[in-house]
Design a binder for this molecule. Structure first.
Ligand code: FAD
Length: 262
């Protein structure tokens, strides 16, 4: 509501397919050996996500947007789709189901005088990759640091830096990664699929590449690229000092570390 009341363009796209999410008590982990708690599964023509919750498994299936709600949620169709994923003589039993549209959008402006947009109000992305809430938390940390500085006397124009820094991450990190994840899952060309699997195997086999991949997918790298100050990232919890080049130039804590001028 706040964003819609402002002159903000929420630029981007809405993904054509609908995501159907269903929760079932069926124990996929007991039936599929070595199944990870979050598994992105693509076969040549379809893809799905299996996600373990404390007492249920969630199954996410892309769904034809031309179907009506009655068709999408039809219990027989749902059972049939689940049996396509894994045949079962017994009904799966659905504890919860929902279907939603997915957007890839970033607000062109998130600072309007004393109004600041953060989290989903400022950017929406495909949940594949689990970056929406994380990105919103990063926004909040960045925003509150600058608000505190303004409260303590810094010029309100400091807030423009919040917008530049977080918009850059929303577009170049979160949106780029979410689009890539979707592309990978939708890939049907056998050669390109094999090449991607080869890349993944090579990453797993190489400790340095593996760590770089984890830093990127956990979104910690986006903070590293953004900030000049980095703490101890070998510790179980990484401590970051949020100081960009721009911030550092204005008396921040760190000097010329990092690569991006934002
Ligand atoms: C299926 C799915 C899976 C996801 N999985 C992940 C994941 O694994 N990892 C991850 O990082 N992110 C994930 N996300 C994204 C994550 O849920 C969102 O990015 C996050 O919840 C956004 O938080 P927010 O506080 O910005 O917005 P919201 O969570 O939407 O909170 C906004 C709140 O404001 C309230 N509100 C709205 N209008 C008003 C008003 N006028 N007055 C008062 N209150 C109002 C709403 O009721 C709501 O409680 C997932 C999203 C989906 C849909």
């Amino acid at each position: 509501m706040v964003r819609k009341s402002l002159p903000v363009n929420f630029e981007g796209m809405t993904i054509p397919e609908i995501f159907l999410s269903m929760s079932t008590p069926f124990r996929y982990d007991l039936t599929m050996p070595d199944l990870a708690n979050i598994s992105y599964i693509n076969d040549p023509t379809e893809w799905l996500v299996l996600l373990r919750r404390p007492t249920l498994w969630r199954v996410l299936l892309p769904t034809d947007p031309n179907q009506s709600d009655a068709q999408i949620f039809d219990p027989e169709r749902i059972e049939a789709r689940l049996r396509q994923v894994l045949p079962s003589p017994e009904p799966y039993g659905i504890a919860h189901k929902t279907a939603y549209r997915v957007h890839e959008r970033v607000a062109d402006k998130s600072v309007h005088g004393r109004i600041f947009l953060a989290g989903d109000a400022a950017h929406l992305n495909d949940p594949l990759g689990g970056m929406g809430m994380n990105g919103g938390i990063h926004d909040a940390i960045n925003l509150t640091g600058k608000l505190a500085a303004v409260w303590q006397g810094a010029d309100l124009s400091l807030m423009g830096r919040y917008e530049r820094q977080r918009r850059k991450v929303a577009i170049e990190t979160v949106q780029a990664q979410a689009l890539r994840n979707r592309k990978v899952l939708n890939e049907t060309d056998p050669a390109r699929r094999a090449a991607y699997h080869g890349e993944l195997r090579a990453t797993v086999a190489d400790a340095v590449a593996n760590r770089a991949y984890m830093m990127k997918s956990s979104m910690l790298q986006s903070l590293r690229d953004l900030v000049g100050g980095i703490g101890m990232c070998n510790a179980p919890i990484c401590h970051f000092r949020i100081v960009s080049h721009e911030d550092a130039g204005k008396g921040g804590l760190m000097g010329n570390m990092g690569n991006n001028h934002v």
